[in-house]
Design a protein around this ligand. Sequence first.
Ligand code: 5AD
Ligand code: SF4
Length: 475
Amino acid sequence: MERKEIVLTEDQREVQLHYIELCKSYVDELKKKLGRDVTCCVNTFGCQMNSRDSEKLLGILCQMGYIPVETEDADFVIYNTCTVRENANLRVYGRLGQLSGIKKKNPHMMIALCGCMMQEKHVVEKIRKSYKFVDIVFGTFNIYKLAELMYHRINSDGQVIDIWDELKGVVEELPTVRKFSFKSGVNIMYGCNNFCSYCIVPYVRGREKSRMPEEIICEIKGLVKDGVKEVMLLGQNVNSYGTGLPIDITFAQLLQRIEEIEGLERIRFMTPHPKDLSDELIDVMSKSEKICNHIHLPLQSGSSRILKIMNRKYTKEHYLELVDRIRAKMPDVSLTTDIIVGFPGETDEDFEDTLDVVRKAKYDSAYTFIYSKRTGTPAAAMENQVPDDVTKVRFNKLLATIDEVSHSICARYEGTRAKVLVECVNDHDSSLVTGRMTNNLLVHFPGDASMIGSVVDVELTECKGFYYLGKDIDA
Ligand code: 5AD
Ligand code: SF4
């Protein structure tokens, strides 16, 4: 069998560290010239994969001597882009217009674009022709090369563009700056082989490739040593973890190995595909102390007819039967989902099936999306696109149905106690802290910044729709 695991490219690590040093000299000179610190801003669009990539980009920039800031009037600005729906693209073009204004005032400013949108040829052509002030363009497979590309840009006159069409290797252990000290995403696999007919991800993130379990476990052990309590295992379809590796391992077995890591308190994962969520996984989850009591199980549509055209490879009945199997072993589990409204050819009857599943599956919450036509996907070429006004009406009806179902589901813990991992001081009221239960619901309760990163026993006094108010039992 062909070996498909991702190769550890140690030489590349050395090469990149060398480029980081070279860029550091440039940054030092810039600091002297400007007589102040130099700043960087990494702006992330899209999903948790991108968020994790952005932590790696920020790590490289900080190592060069940039100081991270939130605002885009920085000396180095990166947009880590998403292309899953069209409005994500439009937002990037809109904001690029503003960046060009800032760059006119600060000619030394560097602008880089990377991520999923850059894997589309027509996008790169447009950036090349119409957005000449952009300095560096790279994709999803070579983010580790930021320093090398920056070095080339410093030593050339024009745009530096470097887009690959597949993952050639993962460069481990480059500097990373994590957004949260106590939790972290961990890539367990890259890419997707499913080709759902509406989805652009397989075209921009390439074919599915799993990381070797030892590499994943080593990374998590390092994170735990560094204070991390919770990991989110990331993959487009985590259930097929292990396919193509030279050893036999399933996702459930990987979870069991991760569970053994001492000091790690919580394990989450994202995203499983309903077509191959195994009984083995349900069994492992139901017995686990650390795997969180939450499954995000994207439905996309409740109509078996639409699911077939979407190439999802399950029916409404399969999905509901899976929900029953999950609830039989984990009666208390939180289920959340993704739903697309207005897929080509969706009729009122199809949409009613979606509402029916929402009522029966009893989701804690759902992410809802209006279908967005993505160039190059099979669905984009389908003739019977649903008119916007019809989609809007359905979308609002879906939101109302989710609200109806989810409020009573979320409220089921009122008056009980729960363990809450504190994430931050509350944005609106600094006498409160905000944390998450294992089922991912948010809880706000009296506390202070010293509690961030600790797991606290909280009484859930009142449910406010999608979140709780509570009080620290030991306070
Ligand atoms: N239009 C609308 N939503 C989409 N998603 C993926 N592709 C599209 C599209 N073309 C949604 C799916 C997926 C989530 C990450 O984004 O629901 O689960
Ligand atoms: Fe897209 Fe389907 Fe792959 Fe998810 S499983 S990334 S929806 S193609």
